[in-house]
Structure formats: C-alpha cells, structure tokens
Design a protein around this ligand. Structure first.
Ligand SMILES: *Cc1c(COP(=O)(O)O)cnc(C)c1O
Length: 397
C-alpha cells in the first residue's frame, strides 16, 4: 500500500454505488454545492452586475488556469480556462498552423478522440489552403513525423484502451522535424503527472469534467508555451481575448499572454463548481496519485483475470504504458456494462466492445476494485447480461 490517503469523504458517492467512471464524469465534490450556492446568492444575488468587479469573476479563467497548471507542469500565466475542449482543440490547431505557414500537414492517430479529428478537419476545410489531416496508427506516429508536418496533435491517453504516448519523446521528435506539438490531456489532467514545461510542449488542451471533477459541461483549458504566446494569433478572436475588451475598439488586438486564448463571457457558475472541485487536489502530489492509481488498476486486472476468462485485457499490461483506466474487451460489452450498472457498479462502454473502468485514488478504494471485479465475473459467468433490457443502446453509452 502506498501512503496515499483517500479523500473519499470530500465526494458525494451515493450509497451502494461503486463508481469507476470518473474518467468520463467525476463525482460531485460535496462542498461545491455550498460554494456554488454562495456564488449564486451572495455574489450574483446580492452584487448583480457588480459581481464582475467585486467578486472578480473576470479573473476566474486565469486563476483556474493556474490551479490546473500546477497539476500539469505549466508555469503560472500559461493556462486559461473556458469553452469546451472541442473549441480549445480548434484554437490550438488554428494557431499552430499559422505558425508554420510553409507546411500543410496535421498529423494525428486513430487512437485520438474523434472530436479532435473532426475539429482539425473542419478547420482545414474552412481554411481551404490545401492542408491535410494524416491519421496513422498510434505506434506509427513517430515514424510519420517528417518535415512536411506542421503540427502533431495527439491525445496523451487513448480514451478506449488507456494506452499512453511518450510525451517527451514525441515532442522532441516533432521539434527536431520543425513541427509544433499539441497535447490533449483530457484523460491525463488530474489522473497522472504531466510536465508540460519539461517536455517543452507548444500547446496543450484538456477538459475539467473528467478526473478534475468540475461537473457536467465544465469548461476546458488551454496551455500555450510562454515563449510562443506572443506570436500566437487567436483564430477565435472574441472580445474577452482582446487587449482592452471595455475599450470597445472596432479592431481586434490580442490580449497580453495567455489571456488572448479567451473567447467570450466565462461561465461563472460552472467555474465556481470547478474552483471548489480543484480543492480536492490541494496538497496532493500527482506522483502519489499515480502510484495509488497503478496499485488499484493492477489489483483490478489481477482479480478480473483470476475469476473471469471470457474478457480480454484491452489496456497495456505494463502499468507505466497506460493511464488511469483499465479496459476489457467483451463481445457483449454494452449489455454487460448495463448489467453492471444495474448492480451499482458504474463504468462505461466504448464501441465496438470495450468495457472501461477508471480509477481515481482521490475517492476509489481497494474495496471498490474488489467489488467491481467480483460483480463483473458474476455477471459474465451467469450470463446475467443476456436480458433484453440491457441490450437497448441509450444515447450516451
Ligand atoms: C472527453 C474528450 C473530449 C470532449 O470534448 P468536449 O468538447 O468537452 O465535448 C475531447 N477530446 C478528448 C481527447 C476527450 O477525451
């Protein structure tokens, strides 16, 4: 056992539920309820429009950016929060392409989350400048980096299998070829140590409703390397990324530093939730979270494999080659996951056959792991999943 101390009491975990889906939506941090209520009553309620100044709502995107920055190795003033991750991907790719005007290729992999690919493709089509999006197997990325590549855009942890890319090695390779590097940290921020400064990444983006527990629809973040930001022209040149939004100039001038990656009005209430959620990481060392997450995921694999022969590990067996999730393939994975959820063990399913389980040491315990492994084995052995109510696909899987 590592020395990591669970902060389970900080979270609202309904009685009887074993929650292994923090990789999709982190649970509610209990004190976020009061804190957000106070933002509504004491700030919005009492201050009305004055809240922007009195409660400094305008500073939230940068302040929250710095709180997340601490968890991902980003220096102060290099990360800002706002919009959704899809938007942040668009901004990063657009700015990066402009910084490499002679090159026409965006390189990514087929382990990437589809929205990242869709956004890059949509941007390329709008630009109409002959760019292309090249998508290769994850293992083939390094060899595909050459001097035709403007931008390498990858997600650090594969959302299906949890396979981890080597951020430092790929960033180095991209830079040697003169390309820029964008990392999507959707499944990394709050899950494992990331050191953006040390690996010299140019851009990074990520969401805050997964391992950071910011709540459904919580805003995303974007990081730009400090020595690059002055050259970055924001493609989404909204007024709150302007140097002087309240001068109401008719012409756009990018704001100082990372503030130029802001677009429009920040979602203050959702940011209040995120602000409270980030308290769970105060005083926590990501290396300790990682060590405990590896213990939990190793325990899960061992217990499932000992009692259930019908599922096949889809994640890398080496814990250092995977993020904070474990996936198993099972042909009837959707139905099996629905049967698990009916028994109070919550993971999720990703097509075509992946049953996915996320491990969050802030609130998951060894007992969660044992219960999940035992219920999974029972459901498969007894074919409990083989019932019509488990086979109808819902809108969100
Ligand atoms: C979860 C996730 C997203 C989601 O994007 P939204 O715009 O927040 O819906 C995007 N990219 C990756 C890699 C993800 O894991």
């Amino acid at each position: 056992m590592s020395a990591f101390e669970t902060r389970r009491d900080m979270f609202n975990l309904p009685e009887g539920i074993t929650y292994l889906d923090g990789n999709s939506l982190g649970p509610l941090p209990k004190h976020a309820v009061d804190q957000t209520r106070r933002t509504m009553t004491d700030q919005w309620g009492e201050m009305l429009i004055m809240g922007w100044n009195k409660a400094d709502w305008m500073a939230l995107p940068g302040r929250l950016g710095d709180r997340i920055g601490r968890l991902i190795g980003a220096p102060v003033d290099s990360t800002v929060v706002g919009d959704t991750l899809s938007i942040k991907v668009y901004q990063a790719v657009a700015s990066a392409l402009e910084l490499r005007p002679g090159r026409k290729r965006v390189l990514s992999d087929n382990g990437n989350f589809p929205t990242d690919l869709y956004m890059a493709k949509g941007l390329i089509d709008s630009l109409g400048q002959g760019h292309d999006l090249k998508v290769v197997d994850p293992e083939a990325v390094e060899d595909a980096i050459d001097e035709s590549v403007a931008v390498v855009m990858l997600t650090h942890v594969d959302y299906r299998t949890g396979r981890l890319h080597d951020m430092a090695a790929i960033t180095r390779k991209a830079h040697e070829a003169g390309a820029l590097m964008i990392w999507d940290l959707a499944h990394s921020a709050g899950a494992l140590p990331v050191d953006l400064a040390a690996c010299n990444a140019d851009f990074a983006v990520g969401c805050t409703y997964k391992y950071l527990n910011g709540g459904p629809g919580a805003p995303a973040f974007i990081y730009v390397r400090p020595d690059l930001i002055d050259q970055v022209r924001p493609a989404l040149s909204g007024w709150l990324g302007h140097a002087a939004p309240f001068a109401f100039d008719l012409d756009y001038r990018p704001g100082e530093g990372i503030s130029r990656m802001r677009v429009g009005t920040p979602p203050v209430l959702q940011m209040a939730v995120l602000d409270a959620a980030l308290d769970a990481f105060d005083g926590v060392d990501m290396a300790d979270i990682r060590a405990r997450s590896i213990e939990l995921s190793e325990q899960f694999i061992a217990e499932v494999e000992a009692s259930c022969k019908q599922v096949e590990l889809a994640s890398p067996r080496d814990p250092h080659a995977r993020g904070s999730q474990v996936s198993f393939r099972f042909e009837e994975g959707y139905a099996a996951m629905q049967a698990l959820i009916a028994r109070g063990v919550i993971g999720d399913f990703r097509a075509p056959d992946i049953m996915r389980f996320g491990f969050c040491p802030l609130y998951n315990t060894g007992e969660d792991v044992s219960r999940a492994a035992a219920v999974l084995s029972e459901i498969i052995a007894s074919r409990e999943w083989d019932q019509p109510q488990f086979k109808t696909r819902k809108a969100v899987t």
